[in-house]
Design a binder for this molecule. Sequence first.
Ligand code: Q46
Ligand code: ZN
Ligand code: ZN
Length: 321
Amino acid sequence: MVAAGSKCRSCRAPAVIDLPRHNANFCAEHLLQLCRRQMAKAIDDYDMFGPDDRILVAVSGGKDSLAVWDMLIEAGYRADGFYVGLGIGDYSDESTEYVTAFAAERGLHLTTVDLREDYGYDIPTASRATKRVPCSACGMSKRHLFDKAAVDGGYDVVVTGHNLDDEAAVLLGNVLHWDIEYLARQLPVLPAANGFPRKAKPLVRLTERETAAWCLLRGIDYLVEECPIAAGNRHLHHKSVLNSIEQESPSTKSAFYLNFIDNMAPLLAEQTAAASGDLRRCARCNAPTTGEVCGFCRLVDTASTHEPVPVELVLGKRGRR
Ligand code: Q46
Ligand code: ZN
Ligand code: ZN
């Protein structure tokens, strides 16, 4: 992780990690401190939430969502977890184990929903039944259930573990297509509006290498494997393109994303307002929607009456997250 003999920038103790974008090496304690400060700065700069807010953390069993939950609890925030079992073969079975063990070991409150048990479908089946790429069916299901859990549970904000690498890769994808509607909504915090809860991403100033180091140093067991459906998708390709640029000129990735947020996002603010449009309530579940029945309820209707489809059958279908 770091060249032999390297010293921590802050205390000159032996370093455990080199961070070229900070042009420095850090010992374990100062790496943890850097992570705490970067999260605190994001929460503060973007006015994400305060100490009295009730936070619902969307956890997947991967490093980022468990790291953000751990960091929020350590910082004294009131944060509960929410997990959706997606029915993506062994990946989902293992994710469930990591998330439940994390919460149980720390005595944290976790709510879980299982798509197959609670709604009668899983992501491979929804993908096949609705002819959507799996990530589209998955994204819609997760967004709906996060929103519902937050509203039903009286939470002030939904937090996700998206990190700098994730956000920069999504930004690159949106810029390559000049997808203005997505660009306008790609913010570290989205206010509550039209029945949707506030959403915040406190790790946008931390790279995935830094969140992995946080987990390692804090003894957090997480599922290292990515979702099998993600393998080879455009998002991962964009991440690797940005990593090559970063290797040539460190800190380009953070400049690309953070300067977008500071300089471009305000110019797109009108688009965000326009994109939310006029919404009514779903006749079935009361969620905000543009139609009579919301997209999630329609997806459940189609997917829950379809023959179950094994994950292997949809692995060739890629999609954006
Ligand atoms: S879990 Fe779901 Fe991701 Fe898997 S199917 Fe796609 S969106 S890649 S974060
Ligand atoms: Zn140090
Ligand atoms: Zn509905």
